[in-house]
Write a protein that binds this ligand. Sequence first.
Ligand code: SAM
Length: 190
Amino acid sequence: MKRLRELLLMGEHVCPWWLAYSFDNPVRRLIHPPEKVLAGLVHPGQTVLDIGCGMGHFSLGMAHMVGRQGRVIALDLQEQMLTRVMTRASKSLIGDRIHLHRGPVESLEIRHEVDFALAFWMAHEVPDQAAFFHAIKNIIKKDGRLLVAEPAIHVSGSAFQNTVRTALASGFQLHAGPGIRMSRSVLLGF
Ligand SMILES: C[S@@+](CC[C@H](N)C(=O)[O-])C[C@H]1O[C@@H](n2cnc3c(N)ncnc32)[C@H](O)[C@@H]1O
């Protein structure tokens, strides 16, 4: 039943694993350098969550930022994405701080343990955003933050405002966040 639900969620709107090569490539480091995009948000020793991590551009970046004592939970619906994350992490000798989780964020069974969560270019693929934000709210620590970034070319301003409204209705509050190239973004907390 759980597997059936995951497959239904994946649906036609989920970015197929092979398409991720088109934006998660060496040029991405120039456009979205994780240590700059996430400066002041991710710190050594933290536990952080990369929701819809894809091939791991930000999971890898955050693994460097949290250091040896930190932990990155890289979560994605697609096995191929997670395999690629771990291959890249092993090459960089940081695989020990990355924990893979396959499935939607709602299936992550931890409560108030994550210091920071990132949903980068993925929220528009989620069919039920209210359930999505509700689940994340229960995973993040009370002083934690959630950064949502959506691709500006693909998600209109009004669609993004709907996403923000859904997040606020789920109990999040707005915080001052970074501007991110090619993206519409919002930093959320409590
Ligand atoms: C466009 S890719 C972005 C990947 C990555 N965040 C990046 O910036 O490179 C979106 C990813 O979100 C994943 N995804 C979509 N819906 C999801 C959900 N409900 N739970 C977990 N992952 C999801 C997809 O499988 C895909 O890998």
